[in-house]
Design a binder for this molecule. Structure first.
Ligand SMILES: Nc1ncnc2c1ncn2[C@@H]1O[C@H](COP(=O)(O)OP(=O)(O)OP(=O)(O)O)[C@@H](O)[C@H]1O
Length: 867
C-alpha cells in the first residue's frame, strides 16, 4: 500500500531531522508520528492515537494544540530532546493540493527563545568550545538577550581550568569539536547538571569561518579583535553556523562581541564560587543563603542578570572599582532620588528579551505595549540621573538614550489593549492608517446593519425572539425557534435544522455579510502587515534598545548595593594596590542575616610580612566562617559593593582560591583524598603573591602523620615560594609550632570558654594556637545522645591508659630510628636513649603523638647533620 501524500511529505522531512522530535503542523495542531509520537505521549503525558497513513497499520500519532506549543516544547527540551518545528508555508485555504511544509526552527536547550519559561534573572547560555592541542577557544551566547562573550585559553594543560571557564556560564548546552570531548572527565559533570553536550563541527576553511563571523558583526576581523585568536574564531564560527542552521534567521540582536582575557577579572574558579556560596547555598542549592541572595535587591530582570555576572567577575582595576563604589556611595546618601529611581525602574520590563523577540519575530502586539510602558519611564530616569555627580552615574546619564522616537512610534500605532494574536486584528490604533480606519468603519457599521436588519425582520415577521447569529460554516444566519416556524416568510432560505430551531438566510443578509467579512478579512491582513512594518522599524533600532537596557541594569545593581548597604549596615571599603588586607569588625554577609545567635565581628590584618594565618580551634568554633568572611568581603569590595565591617582596606587580590570540603570532582569519580590533593596542587601552581588562599583542614583526607606532613609542606611552600595571603584552618595543633620557625606565619584561634563539662563558643579570633580539641564536648552540643557522649568519655579515658597504643607508638618510633633513617651511630644512640628514657606509660595518646612527631623531626635533623 502506498503511503498518503501527507505522510510521504512527513517522512521526507523527518528523514532530515532524525535526531529531533518533529512537530508537524496540521491546522491548529502540531502532530507527531511514529516513534516521536510514542516519546511525546510518554514525556508530555498526552494521548497516543493513530492516523491512517495509507499503510496496513495506522501510524501512532500524538498532538498538541498550536497555541500551547511553547509549553510542550519547553517540557521536551528540559528533558534533553531537540524539537524541530515544521510549519505550513502557505495558507491551507489557498493551497492547491498538498500544503507546502518545512522546518522553520529547531529548538535545543541552549537555543530556546521563549523567555516565559525561564527564570528571568538567569541567563540561558549556549557555549561553543574549540580545542586545538592545549589551546582553547570558548564563547558563550544567550540568544534571548544577545549577550555574547568570548575568550581564548592558551597553553592550558589543565582541563579543569577550561571546565571552570565554561562552568561560569552554567550553560544549558555545549557544542564542541570532537577533540574536546575525547577523554574529558568533566563532560559527565556537565551532563549530570542537565546540560546537553554534543559534537558540532562545521567543515569550512578557516577563511570561510572568518568571513562568517565578519558578516555576523558587519566588521572586519581586526576590528573585532579576533585576528590573532584562531581558537576563539573557530569556536565563534561553529556557534554562528550552528545557530543559523537551527534558527534559520538573521541573528541581528547578537551584535556585540565581548572579548576578555584570562586576567581581565579576578580569578575565581568553580570551587571558590561553590565553596564561598556566591550564587547558591550548598545546603539547598538555592539563591537563599548565598551572597547573591543577600545582595540581590534588583527590580529588573536585566539588573538581576548583571548582578550575577558582576559576582562572578570581580574587578582588578582600582579606578573601575572606585567608580562603582562612588556611585553606590552617592546613591546610598541620597535616599530620595534613589527611591525615585527605583520606582521608575520597577516599571521596566525585560527590554533585552523583548528586543530579542523582535529579531525572532515572535513578538506580539501586547509585548509592544510592554516596551512602550517601559520606555515611558526613561525620560524621568534620565532627569533624576542628572542630579548625580559621581563619575559612573554621570557617564551613564550622558549616554542614556531615552528612546522616545520608539516610544512615539508604538504609542501612535499600537492599540493600548491589543490582541495577543497577530491574525485576529485589533492591533493598530485608530488614526494611524487611513485604510485601517475605513475598513474598521465598514466592519463596525456592518455590525450596525446586522442589528438593524434583525430589528426589521422581527418587526416584519412578528417573531420576537428571531435572532441573527454567525458561525464559521454558514456565516450570518437568521435563527427561529421551532414554535415560530409557521410565521417564517417564504423568502427565507432554510440552511440548517437544529433540535429546537431552524436557521435561514436571505439574499439581503448575504449581501451585508459580504461587505462585512470582506472588510474584516482585509483589515486583519492590513493590520498584520502594518504590525510587521512597525516591528521592522523597531528592529533597526535594536542596538539602541540593548544599550539602554544595559545602563538600566547597571543602575539597578548599583541601587541594589546601596539598599543592601543601608539595611545591613555596610561601609564603603577602601581599595588600593597595597598588598595588605585590613578588615576591622568584619562579619559574614550571609551568616549574620540567617544566624540565630548575634554575630561576633572579627578583624584581620595580613600583608607581606605576615601573609599566613594558622587558625586552630574546636569544631564548630567558627574557623570556616571566619575564613569565608574574609574572602567574601574582599570579593564584595572588588565588585564595587559596600562591605559588612567597620573599616576595610583591601589591597586588590588577583585570585581567590579555596580548598574546602567536597568538590565537583568527587562526582567525576575521584576519591576524596585525590581530589583534595589535586586541588591543592592546582592552587600551588596558579596562586601568586597577590592571591588569597583559603585552606580548610588540608591533609584531613589521609592518616594523621601523612596529613600533618603534607599540611606542613604546603605551608612551607606557600611561605617560601608563593607568598600568597593564606588562611589555614587545621586540627593539627602541631602546626602551630611553625609560628616561631617561619617568619610570615602567625597563629590564631577561635576562642572558647570551658565550663565544667561544656564549652561556650566565643567566636572571637585571638592570637595564639588552641591547645585542646573539645571534640566530645562539641558532639554533645551537636545533640549526640547523652549515653553516647558518656561512653565516648569512657573510651577516651581508657585510651589514655591503653598500653597497646603506647607500645605501638614506641615500636613506630624505634622503627623510625633504626630502619628508616641513615644516621651516625652516636646520633642514633641519642635517639634510642630518648626513646628509652621516655615514660610513654604516663603519657596521654595526644602527648605520645606529639612526642612521636618531635622524634621524627629530630631524626630528620639528625640526618641532615644539623645536630
Ligand atoms: N563570628 C560568628 N558569630 C556568630 N556565629 C558564628 C560566628 N562564626 C561562626 N558562627 C556559627 O557557628 C557555626 C559553625 O561555624 P564554622 O562552620 O565556621 O565552624 P568551624 O570551626 O569551621 O567548624 P569545623 O571545624 O567543624 O568545620 C556557623 O554555622 C555559624 O552559625
Amino acid at each position: 500500500m502506498a503511503v498518503t501524500p501527507m505522510m510521504e511529505q512527513y517522512l521526507k522531512i523527518k528523514e532530515k531531522y532524525k535526531d529531533a522530535i518533529l512537530f508537524f503542523r496540521l491546522g491548529d495542531f502540531y502532530e507527531m508520528f511514529y516513534e516521536d509520537a510514542e516519546i511525546a505521549a510518554k514525556e508530555l503525558e498526552i494521548a497516543l492515537t493513530g492516523r491512517d497513513a495509507g499503510t496496513e497499520e495506522r501510524a501512532p500519532m500524538a498532538g498538541v494544540p498550536y497555541h500551547a506549543a511553547d509549553f510542550y516544547i519547553d517540557k521536551l527540551i528540559k528533558k534533553g530532546y531537540k524539537v524541530a518545528i515544521c510549519e505550513q508555508l502557505e495558507d491551507p485555504a489557498k493551497a492547491k493540493g498538498l500544503v507546502k511544509r518545512d522546518v522553520v526552527r529547531i529548538y535545543t536547550p541552549g537555543t530556546i527563545i521563549n523567555p516565559e519559561s525561564m527564570d528571568e534573572k538567569t541567563n540561558n547560555y549556549l557555549v561553543s568550545v574549540f580545542k586545538g592541542r592545549d589551546n582553547y577557544g570558548i564563547c558563550a551566547v544567550d540568544v534571548t538577550t544577545g549577550d555574547l562573550y568570548a575568550t581564548e585559553l592558551k597553553n592550558c594543560k589543565d582541563i579543569k581550568r577550561v571546565y571552570d571557564e565554561i562552568t561560569k556560564y552554567a550553560p544549558s548546552e555545549i557544542i564542541a569539536n570532537e577533540d574536546f570531548l575525547k577523554n574529558n572527565k568533566y563532560i559527565k559533570i556537565f551532563k549530570n547538571n542537565n546540560c546537553a553536550v554534543n559534537i558540532y563541527e562545521k567543515q569550512l576553511d578557516y577563511e570561510e569561518k572568518i568571513k562568517l563571523i565578519e558578516t555576523q558583526f558587519n566588521k572586519k576581523s581586526e576590528e573585532l579583535g579576533i585576528k590573532d585568536k584562531p581558537y576563539m574564531a573557530n569556536s565563534l564560527a561553529a556557534l554562528f553556523s550552528y545557530l543559523q542552521e537551527l534558527q534559520k534567521t538573521a541573528l541581528k540582536h547578537i551584535n556585540k562581541l565581548l572579548i576578555y582575557e584570562d586576567n581581565s577579572y579576578m580569578g575565581l574558579d568553580s570551587n571558590a564560587i561553590k565553596n564561598l556560596e556566591i550564587l547558591e547555598s550548598n545546603r539547598n542549592k538555592s539563591k537563599k543563603g548565598s551572597l547573591l541572595g543577600v545582595l540581590d535587591k534588583t527590580v529588573t530582570p536585566m539588573g538581576g542578570r548583571l548582578l550575577k555576572k558582576w559576582l562572578e567577575e570581580p574587578l582588578l582595576n582600582k579606578e573601575h572599582i572606585d567608580a562603582r563604589l562612588e556611585a553606590v556611595e552617592e546613591l546610598f546618601n541620597d535616599y530620595k532620588n534613589r527611591q525615585d529611581l527605583k520606582q521608575f525602574l520597577n516599571k521596566i520590563y525585560d527590554l533585552e528579551r523583548l528586543a530579542s523577540k523582535i529579531v525572532y519575530q515572535s513578538i506580539n502586539p501586547k509585548d509592544f505595549i510592554s516596551i512602550k510602558l517601559s520606555l515611558q519611564n526613561l525620560p524621568y530616569i534620565k532627569e533624576i540621573l542628572e542630579k548625580f555627580n559621581s563619575r559612573l552615574l554621570k557617564e551613564i546619564c550622558e549616554k542614556f538614550d531615552t528612546l522616545q522616537d520608539i516610544y512615539e512610534l508604538i504609542d501612535k500605532s499600537i492599540k493600548d489593549d491589543p490582541s495577543t494574536q497577530l491574525k485576529e486584528g485589533n492591533i493598530i490604533k485608530d488614526g494611524y492608517n487611513e485604510t485601517v480606519d475605513k475598513l474598521r468603519k465598514a466592519s463596525t457599521e456592518g455590525k450596525n446593519w446586522i442589528a438593524n436588519l434583525e430589528a426589521e425582520e422581527r418587526e416584519k415577521t412578528g417573531i420576537k425572539n428571531l435572532r441573527i447569529g454567525y458561525n464559521k460554516v454558514f456565516g450570518y444566519y437568521i435563527e427561529v425557534t421551532k414554535s415560530n416556524i409557521p410565521q417564517v416568510p417564504e423568502r427565507y432560505i432554510r440552511k440548517q435544522t437544529l433540535a429546537n430551531a431552524e436557521r435561514y438566510v436571505t439574499p439581503e443578509l448575504k449581501e451585508i455579510e459580504e461587505t462585512i467579512l470582506g472588510a474584516e478579512e482585509k483589515l486583519i491582513e492590513l493590520e498584520y502587515q502594518l504590525f510587521n512594518e512597525i516591528r521592522e522599524k523597531v528592529e533597526l533600532q535594536i542596538v539602541r534598545i540593548q544599550n539602554t537596557a544595559k545602563y538600566i541594569a547597571t543602575i539597578d545593581v548599583l541601587i541594589s548595593f546601596a539598599e543592601v548597604a543601608e539595611t545591613n549596615r555596610y561601609i564603603k571599603p577602601i581599595v588600593d594596590y597595597s598588598d595588605r588586607i585590613v578588615i576591622k569588625e568584619g562579619r559574614h554577609p550571609v551568616i549574620e542575616t540567617i544566624s540565630d545567635e548575634s554575630y561576633v565581628a572579627n578583624d584581620i590584618d595580613i600583608g607581606p610580612e605576615n601573609p599566613i594565618m594558622i587558625i586552630t580551634g574546636p569544631n564548630m568554633a567558627g574557623k570556616s566562617t571566619y575564613m569565608r568572611q574574609v574572602a567574601l568581603i574582599v570579593l564584595m569590595a572588588q565588585i564595587g559593593s559596600f562591605v559588612p565591617a567597620s573599616y576595610t582596606k583591601i589591597g586588590i587580590v588577583d585570585k581567590i582560591f579555596t580548598r574546602v570540603g567536597a568538590s565537583d570532582d568527587i562526582f567525576a569519580g575521584q576519591s576524596t583524598f585525590m581530589v583534595e590533593m589535586s586541588e591543592v596542587a592546582n592552587i600551588l601552581k596558579s596562586a601568586t603573591s597577590k592571591s588569597l588562599i583559603i585552606l580548610d583542614e588540608v591533609g584531613r583526607g589521609t592518616s594523621t602523620y601523612d596529613g600533618m606532613s603534607i599540611a606542613h609542606a604546603v605551608i612551607e611552600y606557600i611561605h617560601e615560594k608563593i607568598k600568597a595571603k593564606t588562611l589555614f584552618a587545621t586540627h593539627y595543633h602541631e602546626l602551630t609550632k611553625l609560628e616561631g620557625k617561619m617568619r610570615g606565619v602567625r597563629n590564631y584561634n577561635v576562642s572558647v570558654e570551658e565550663r565544667e563539662d561544656d564549652i561556650i563558643f566565643l567566636r572571637k579570633i585571638v592570637p595564639g594556637g588552641a591547645d585542646k580539641s573539645y571534640g566530645i564536648q562539641v558532639s554533645k552540643l551537636a545533640g549526640l545522645p547523652y549515653s553516647i557522649v558518656e561512653r565516648a568519655k569512657e573510651i577516651l579515658n581508657s585510651l589514655e591508659s591503653d598500653k597497646v597504643i603506647k607500645s605501638e607508638l614506641e615500636n613506630a618510633s624505634q622503627q623510625l630510628a633504626f630502619t628508616q633513617i641513615d644516621i651516625f651511630s652516636t646520633a642514633k644512640d641519642s635517639l634510642i636513649d630518648d626513646i628509652a628514657n621516655c615514660d610513654v606509660d604516663n603519657m596521654t595518646p595526644i602527648q605520645a603523638l606529639n612526642y612521636l612527631y618531635e622524634l621524627k623531626e629530630k631524626a630528620i635533623s639528625l640526618r641532615s647533620g644539623v645536630l
